[in-house]
Design a protein around this ligand. Structure first.
Ligand SMILES: Cc1cc2nc3c(=O)[nH]c(=O)nc-3n(C[C@H](O)[C@H](O)[C@H](O)COP(=O)(O)OP(=O)(O)OC[C@H]3O[C@@H](n4cnc5c(N)ncnc54)[C@H](O)[C@@H]3O)c2cc1C
Length: 422
């Protein structure tokens, strides 16, 4: 006879968003399950591969509450300064810029931390098996049937899970979203996102740079180091997220290391001295994605299954973590109030919290991409003046900086630093 497992929520997809949601619910004492079709240990690549996330302050608080942050294998690099510039490859950046200092915002905590993708995976994989209320199935194929009163998840060769709520966290091509017939809108930016890391001569001092270039933005994000990176001549390291027109990006990807390094340097300005690529080179077609609904009967979508945004502001994963906080808080509150945690009322409250937030971020990143990916002279001048004007209005500047940290007035709950009572 096959085993039957009863849980409050079963999360399909153990990527960073799904795994964090499962850990958050289990850490709060709720029985939960998480299923991924891929095996989890190989996601912890042993070698440095250059991929890293910018994790905002509020996302760190969520990871803290779920016991994930404490399991990071190394201290991540804090982002303390952000410089925004408008420029052209090979030319000096505009002198009219926008500079943010974390010491001048809120409690003076960093804007965020650069966490290597493999380090986050190590922490997630260490946290999941230690939670007594959580069962993880990976690699495993799940067949999901949703009824009015519960969802049934059949694991091939394993148990049948009965859940009050099933969560689609399978990324952009979410099969659960498709199964529920939820329409999606997509925009193709005609760009590739090139992602990787480089070693450099001069220290970054915790500074991140967002350089707006005609074909798309180029971000340099400081990595922890030295140690392990580069050589005596290049003792420091940063990650890059380089959005580039697809044809130019393909040509750049085909360059040897020396010429690729020169292209990175042409987009950086000279503040880091000489640069040398390290780790791998990764590329992703850039598109935005918007699910018309985040919920259906007994189903909630989170993370990239619900929305995908341009990496211009490094907020994709942070937005997914905000879904996690909203859904986890609603489910936990429902259970303590003896309410159905997968019922229509809870799902409506989740959608009412998560959708406006995601829509705002999608709209803002879309507008930024359009405004800054435009090389018409008067538009370029206007945006340079605009950047400089924001730099001179402290209240507006603080509002921008707090948004990047994920803060907003009256923020409470998991993103506000509330602990979970397991
Ligand atoms: C170029 C680029 C740079 C970025 N930089 C940043 C950044 O600096 N900061 C930031 O916050 N965000 C960044 N992002 C966005 C970020 O990478 C994504 O938002 C994030 O990975 C989404 O996580 P997720 O868990 O929702 O989905 P995914 O990471 O896609 O994980 C989905 C999981 O579901 C599993 N799965 C898929 N199908 C099934 C199935 N049928 N059954 C079971 N499991 C399944 C997969 O194996 C996977 O483990 C960037 C994105 C790009 C493209």
């Amino acid at each position: 006879m096959t085993e039957t497992l009863d849980v409050t929520a079963c999360v399909i997809g153990a990527g960073p968003v799904g795994a964090t949601l499962a850990a958050t619910l289990a850490a709060a004492g709720l029985p939960a399950a998480v299923v991924d079709r891929a095996p989890l240990p190989p996601m912890e690549l042993p070698e440095f591969d250059g991929r890293a996330y910018a994790i905002a302050l509020t996302s760190r608080r969520l990871l803290d509450a779920a016991g994930i942050w404490a399991r990071l294998p190394a201290e991540p690099q804090a982002i303390r300064h952000i410089r925004v510039r408008d420029g052209r490859p090979g030319a000096r950046p505009s002198r009219l810029g926008l500079d943010f200092e974390s010491a001048e915002v809120g409690t003076g905590e960093p804007f965020g931390w650069m966490v290597e993708a493999r380090a986050l995976r190590v922490a997630l994989n260490a946290a999941l098996p230690r939670l007594p209320n959580l069962r993880a199935f990976a690699p495993a194929e799940a067949t999901v049937t949703r009824h009015l009163d519960q969802a049934e998840i059949r694991i091939a060769g394993g148990p049948t899970i009965r859940a009050r709520l099933v969560v689609g966290a399978e990324g952009r091509d979410s099969p659960l979203r498709r199964q529920a017939g939820i329409p999606v809108t997509r925009w193709d930016y005609g760009q590739l996102g090139l992602v990787g890391a480089f070693a450099h001569e001069k220290p970054h001092r915790g500074t991140a740079l967002e350089m707006f270039l005609p074909n798309g933005p180029f971000a340099q994000l400081p990595l922890a180091g030295p140690g392990g990176f580069g050589s005596a001549g290049f003792p420091h390291a940063s990650a890059y997220v380089w959005s580039e027109r697809t044809d130019v990006a393909r040509r750049a990807l085909a360059l040897d290391d020396e010429r690729f390094g020169r292209e990175l340097a042409r987009r950086l300005g000279g503040h880091l001295g000489g640069v040398r690529p390290i780790g791998g080179r990764w590329s992703y077609p850039l598109s935005a994605l918007w699910a018309q609904r985040f919920t259906d009967t007994r189903l909630a979508l989170v993370g990239d299954a619900a929305h995908g945004i341009h990496p211009i502001a490094g907020q994709g994963l942070n937005l997914g973590f905000r879904d996690v906080a909203a859904l986890a808080e609603e489910v936990i509150a429902a259970v303590s109030a003896n309410e159905d945690p997968g019922g229509a009322a809870v799902l409506a409250r989740y959608q009412a919290r998560a959708r406006p937030d995601a829509m705002l971020m999608l709209g803002a990143t879309h507008a930024l991409e359009k405004l800054f990916g435009n090389d018409i002279g008067p538009v370029r001048l206007a945006r340079r003046l605009g950047i400089a004007a924001v730099d001179r209005i402290p209240a507006l500047k603080r509002a921008f900086a707090e948004r990047a940290m994920g803060m907003r007035p009256g923020l409470t709950g998991l993103l506000g630093g509330q602990r979970l009572l397991g």
